[in-house]
Design a protein around this ligand. Structure first.
Ligand code: UN1
Length: 500
């Protein structure tokens, strides 16, 4: 399929893709595939107002009925999986199996949210007073703004939107400027689900706002946006957090990661090798969960590293739409420059670089294909402690587990982590309070590729937010504690007497 065919299959007709101020390029070959019109401040304000009105209606629709909308959305996504998956690949450059996997992640979270729509459970609590009952109820919160990044251009929206919608919250989505086409395609899919759902869904329930940083800033600053869920860089998240905190709103942050794998002496090295490769070079190293640091016991280091280098040397780098490709391009030239700069810095800090550099430059002069790099480092220097959104894997040695865990935790980020070991003492130590400090800690699987059923997010500079599964839904609702007196007396709590 040609690029135009992929766009057309997603309902993006050529006429709507020209004349605007926002140029969209495909990382596949660096060509411009659309010129889109963006929203200005006034357009966004109108959208927020519509979402506020939608909230007043949607909050009263029973949650299982709200779930029906998300069920229809999941059905529409199932029907569009191939088309949308190809568009994800075209617009952000991840290989087709990952593009399809991303749409599957959307379908999975829709299924999860449908079940959840009948399980927004609260507690009943015993009262200390006779003839009194207490209960905790979860109620819709308000408009939810979603700011998403280019690397998961649609799945991250769905983690937030599927939950927000069943929780009773309208959504306004500001996608990355680098990936607005997938957002437009998803909006069309939503419109089909809304049309099938009928009149219970108010106008303005699911909206899209295209634009740059100013749109994200305006969403964050608006007191009418009750929740702002933001995925992206640490500086972006910090700006959003400050703006939302200033008005005492609620933010859900999913920011940078600097994810490590500890490879212990007892590890199954073949398994580790496969996990390392997928998590370090998958999505061309542009997942927030990508493996960036390999902390290998000195006993197995010299067995593992040569094998890993051999795997890296044989990686199929190329057109992400073509079958058999494992490594697609970086998103753009800025990412390419950031990778080159990080490798230079790593060398200056004592590193030995294997791989790296541009690939397929003659064939794709305007795209950013690279050879993934392994950098053997003498220690955890500054560059190792910072996140570069590219396939750079820093390899470090360790002698005992305490040292490995200290290295693993010795970075500002706290998203994902893992250990490869068949020694239960080590794996349990890794998962204990004094073990990994990350939101995600895995045993004998890599740090990336999480299922939607668990809560997703991490600590420290990762921002502390949780999205997706488990009880992450609670962040999209307000908790109400109700005490009901069904007696004929008015006893006061704490035994206070107050006779009037
Ligand atoms: C991200 O990179 O922003 O666990 C999200 C994973 C995916 C999600 C990554 N399910 O790698």
């Amino acid at each position: 399929m040609g690029h135009r065919d992929i766009l057309a299959a997603c309902g993006l007709a050529e006429g709507a893709l020209s004349g605007g101020d926002l140029a969209v390029t495909t990382p596949v070959d660096g060509s411009v595939i659309a010129q889109l019109s963006t929203d200005d401040a006034a357009a966004l304000a109108a959208k927020i107002e519509r979402a506020r009105a939608a909230f007043r209606a949607w909050r009263d629709v029973p949650a299982p009925r709200r779930g029906e909308l998300v069920r229809l959305l999941g059905e529409e996504l199932r029907a569009e999986k191939d088309n949308l998956g190809a568009l994800v690949t075209l617009e952000c450059g991840k290989i087709l199996p990952e593009g399809l996997g991303e749409v599957q992640e959307m379908i999975d979270i829709c299924d999860f949210a449908v079940g959840l729509s009948r399980q927004l459970h609260g507690l009943t609590i015993v009262s200390e007073r006779p003839g009194h009952a207490m209960r905790e109820t979860w109620l819709p919160m308000g408009v939810c703004g979603i700011i998403s990044a280019f690397n998961f251009p649609v799945a991250v929206w769905s983690w937030n939107a599927a939950l927000a919608l069943v929780c009773g919250d309208p959504v306004i989505w500001k996608p990355s400027e680098k990936t607005p086409l997938t957002a437009l395609a998803v909006q069309k899919i939503c419109e089909r689900a809304l049309a099938r759902f009928g009149d219970d869904a108010p106008e303005g329930l699911i909206q899209l706002a295209l634009g740059g940083r100013d749109i994200g800033e305006a969403l964050a600053a608006s007191p009418d946006v009750a929740i702002v869920s933001a995925t992206g860089s640490v500086p972006m998240g910090r700006a959003v957090a400050e703006s939302v905190a200033k008005r005492l709103g609620r933010s859900i942050l999913e920011l940078g990661g600097n994810n490590a794998m500890i490879v212990a002496p007892s590890a199954d090295l073949d398994l580790a090798l496969r996990a390392i490769t997928f998590s370090a070079v998958g999505t061309c190293g542009q997942r927030c969960t990508s493996l960036r640091r390999l902390i290998v016991h000195e006993e197995v280091y010299s067995a593992l590293l040569p094998k890993l280098k051999a795997v890296y040397d044989g990686l199929a780098i190329g057109d992400p739409l073509a079958g058999g490709t494992l490594v697609g391009p970086l998103i753009d030239g800025d990412a390419l420059a950031a990778m080159a700069a990080a490798l230079e810095e790593a060398e200056a800090q004592g590193g030995t670089v294997h791989g790296g550099g541009r690939a397929l430059e003659d064939e794709y002069p305007d795209a950013a294909y690279v050879r993934p790099a392994i950098v053997e480092m003498p220690g955890q220097s500054d560059i190792v402690r910072s996140e570069t959104f590219a396939p750079i894997l820093y390899a470090l040695r360790y002698r005992d587990l305490d040292e490995a865990i200290a290295l693993q935790n010795g970075v500002p980020q706290g998203l994902s982590s893992c250990i490869f070991s068949t020694d239960v003492r080590e794996t349990e130590a890794f998962l204990a309070a004094s073990g990994s400090d990350c939101g995600i800690a895995n045993v004998n699987i890599g740090p990336s590729g999480a299922e939607i059923g668990g809560a997703f997010g991490g600590e420290k500079e990762t921002g502390g937010g949780r999205e997706s599964g488990s009880d992450a839904w609670k962040a999209y609702m307000r908790r109400q504690t109700a005490t009901v007196n069904w007696s004929r007396d008015l006893p006061l709590a704490q035994g206070i007497t107050f006779d009037v």
